[in-house]
Ligand binder design. Structure first.
Ligand code: DP6
Length: 358
């Protein structure tokens, strides 16, 4: 079992210049991470589908500099300098410094873009931090020939976690679990692990993301996680997440979509119930979120088509369904749900394989 100290690089060489390009997708949790301890350790295990189309593509170049005292980096977003992203990146570099001491030796230029609109309300922190972590690991591979492929990906996930918890689930695909739990022997609080051999019923599982509200969230995930401290239902919720993880791993192996739907929708509503019952309390769903949920339930009852929803920390709705019903579901979305999307916008995605380096 790997521990934190196994991620500290012990010896490495030095190079004058290196440039990389890596991409990482977003992911959608089936069992939700909500609540964390010190150092980005999750309060409960979570499991997600890695997405395919919603990605961050990041180019990074590293140029050797004279002083090793401070981090020096520039940040470009869609080709233009973006000062307001810098504090988050600096915090990330500071958090990973112990594990990547070589970073201070370089002037780092980060050039990043998303395949989805920035103001879509889709969290870019998971794909963004995962893509950046992959670039850091690409440099590490160049200066440490002892790095194995296995450790490369585990450490990429480990670093991504320190940037944003859910980002550790965006390195691999198609299903990734994060957080020590009894159902997955190799699971860890430190990084995400692939959950393999999922049933063919989940092949190419579809996720259509309905953009209900593209505005900034009133409450960030980071604040939301903190509110699980001293939350009256926290312990029960963490226990429930363990139970749901045990159930859903079995379901993913056996292919029972009816049972899948029950866990996934219950998890989404529980996440939002935790928000509504924290102090201070808050609501991230919008009236149109509820309209869409009710329409999905009605459609499912009437047609028996196994379509369900999940939510992340916002108003947007992820619609999950098997590929073989996609024509009917997309028609339903166009006929009945687009009206509830901001400017009629939605994004078609599906389960994918994780981060890539060019
Ligand atoms: C509701 O990973 O964004 O999407 O670790 O503070 O960066 P930080 O939080 P973040 O939280 C994601 C919460 C969630 C559920 C999930 O993805 O599991």
């Amino acid at each position: 079992m790997l521990s934190e100290k196994d991620f500290i690089v012990s010896s490495y060489s030095s190079i004058d210049y290196a440039a990389f390009e890596c991409s990482a997708p977003s992911n959608i949790a089936l069992v939700k991470y909500w609540g964390k301890k010190e150092n980005q350790i999750p309060a409960n295990p979570s499991i997600s589908f890695t997405l395919n189309n919603c990605k961050t593509i990041t180019k990074v170049n590293f140029t050797k500099k004279k002083s090793k005292n401070d981090f020096l980096f520039d940040l470009l977003f869609e080709g233009k300098p973006k000062e307001d992203f810098k504090p988050k990146i600096l915090k990330f570099f500071q958090r990973i410094e112990t594990y990547c001491p070589y970073l201070k030796e370089y002037h780092i230029v980060i050039d990043t873009q998303n395949t989805f609109p920035h103001s879509s309300g889709i969290a870019s922190s998971a794909s963004g931090m995962a893509a950046l972590a992959m670039n850091v690991m690409s440099l590490e591979k160049e200066i440490n020939s002892n790095l194995t492929d296995d450790l490369f990906y585990k450490k990429a996930s480990f670093l991504a976690r320190l940037g944003s918890g859910s980002a550790c689930r965006s390195i691999k695909g198609e299903v990734v679990a994060w957080g020590k739990n009894e159902s997955i022997a190799e699971s860890s609080d430190l990084f995400g692990v692939e959950f393999n051999n999922i049933n063919e019923n989940f092949n190419n599982y579809q996720d259509t993301i309905l953009l209900v509200d593209k505005g900034e969230k009133q409450v960030s995930s980071t604040v939301g996680h903190e509110l699980m401290f001293g939350h009256p239902y926290a312990e029960k919720r963490f226990e429930q997440a363990h139970d749901n993880l045990a159930k859903i791993t079995k379901i993913l192996l056996e292919g029972n979509i009816e049972e899948f739907i029950k866990i996934v929708e219950s998890e989404a509503l529980t996440l939002h119930a935790m928000m509504m019952t924290s102090m201070p309390y808050f609501i991230l769903m919008k009236p149109n979120t509820l309209e869409i949920i009710n329409k999905i339930w009605k459609f499912r009852n009437e047609t028996n088509i196994p379509v369900c929803f999940t939510l992340d920390a916002g108003a947007n709705v992820h619609i999950l369904y098997p590929e073989n019903v996609s024509v009917k579901v997309l028609q339903f979305i166009k006929d009945e749900l687009v009206a509830f999307c901001q400017n009629g916008h939605y994004i078609c995605d599906q389960i994918g394989n994780g981060a890539e380096s060019k």
